[in-house]
Design a protein around this ligand. Structure first.
Ligand code: ZN
Length: 399
């Protein structure tokens, strides 16, 4: 209890000190990983630069082990093959100060032990995790226990989050949201570049284009490889007092011939099967990054009920229509490019929001376009033209 209060005190202090946040979270290097198997025990070893106290917990459906460490530099190979109970792994910056590794399990497995090994026999510091396969029932009990027992890694104060205040410059505030990030890479296209990387590049091009006009105050939900939960993205937009929120993604489908972008508005019912499938995939981002969904409040559902925010919906639809028409001039687009789906990141009740699926990473030509400077610039210019037109309309409406 005393420890907990101290941690809270330090957290407040670190926020007061302007988010240096280095009181608990210190940076480490992860230089290697290994999997081993001995009977029904799977051993996961991390080579680390120094002793680091992990915060480990389990998540069900699908079975996952989440290992949170202080902010880390990942130098280990991503092509190491998982074995034993582990099917695969992901990693990345989860939030400032917390580096997350997610192990996907084939079968339920609980943490038998986790410990630190000091340098010895040619090895440096190691963090060892032994997982023991078990029944579903025992796993579910362990999920609950792991939540109670785990130590808290204190997140650094987040510079990305600002106080709720409208732009002092009087400019329109545009919030650009590059999808995915950190332990959630998004989909991997045929050219071998993850969605999180490509959409960040597109978002930066859009930001630069908008800033160059001098007319807009542009903010990004992320400007590096870091994760935000789905609903935190629109909360960031609200905190910035956004006039417009644009989430940028790139799609995938198991048909390599399909290419072209599309623009989504929020709707409780999807416009078509493809849109429903897309919403399911994009909303899964939190599951992939190991977010504990039980902790989620039901803000979103109450917001959805309150769709008396008709005005926001109308403005969102108007902007989407303009954006589609501008993109169609210069960017490959799907035939019916204006679509609707129940997308979690579009649920700000008071910020007109769209999700741009810039194209398909499963089509080689489309993926190359999205990954090229030229393609990114074309998208950026089309987005800028659309935003210009949209706000001209707003002015005409006296908004
Ligand atoms: Zn996406």
């Amino acid at each position: 209890m005393v420890l907990r209060s101290l941690q809270l005190l330090f957290l407040s202090l670190s926020i007061l000190l302007g988010g240096s946040g280095a009181l608990f979270a210190k940076d480490i290097d992860i230089s290697g990983i290994r999997f081993g198997q001995n009977g029904n025990v799977t051993r996961f070893v991390l080579d680390v630069s120094e002793k680091a106290e992990p915060s480990i917990f389990l998540l069900a459906d699908p079975y996952r082990v989440v290992i949170d460490l202080p902010e880390a530099d990942w130098r280990a190979s991503d092509s190491v093959k998982a074995s034993g109970a582990v099917d695969g792994f992901r990693h990345g910056l989860f939030s400032p100060g917390i580096y997350r590794i997610v192990l996907d399990l084939k079968d339920p497995a609980v943490i038998k032990s986790s410990f630190h090994l000091p340098p010895r026999g040619g090895y440096g510091h190691r963090l060892v995790l032994d997982l023991e396969t078990t029944s579903r029932d025992r796993f579910l009990v362990a999920v609950k226990d792991s939540k109670k027992a785990r130590p808290v890694i204190v997140a650094k104060a987040t510079p990305e989050v600002v106080s709720p205040r409208r732009s002092v410059t009087g400019k329109r505030v545009i919030v650009i949201d590059p999808g995915h990030g950190g332990p959630d890479p998004g989909n991997l296209g045929v050219i071998g570049v993850h969605e999180k990387v490509i959409v960040l590049a597109i978002a930066r091009a859009v930001r630069d284009e908008l800033v160059s006009t001098g007319r807009y105050d542009v903010r990004m939900t992320r400007d590096r490889d870091i994760f935000w939960p789905v609903r935190e993205r629109f909360r960031i937009a609200r905190r910035h007092g956004a006039d417009l929120f644009i989430s940028i993604h790139a799609d995938s489908i198991n048909r390599p011939d399909v290419k072209g972008g599309s623009v989504y508005n929020l709707s409780e019912t999807a416009s078509d099967k493809e849109a429903a499938r897309l919403a399911a995939r994009e909303n899964k981002s939190d599951v992939i990054a190991g977010v504990n969904l039980e902790q989620a409040d039901d803000e979103v559902s109450s917001i959805l009920i309150d769709l008396a925010q008709r005005e926001t919906m109308n403005f969102s639809a108007q902007f989407a229509a303009i954006l589609v028409s501008e993109l169609e001039r210069d960017v490959p687009m799907l035939r019916r490019a204006h679509r609707f789906a129940n997308l979690g990141m579009l649920k700000a009740p008071d910020v007109p929001s769209v999700l741009l699926e810039a194209g398909y990473l499963t089509n080689k030509q489309n993926a190359r376009f999205l990954n090229s400077r030229d393609g990114q610039r074309r998208i950026a210019k089309a987005v800028r033209r659309a935003i210009d037109r949209y706000f001209e309309q707003m002015v005409a409406l006296g908004r």
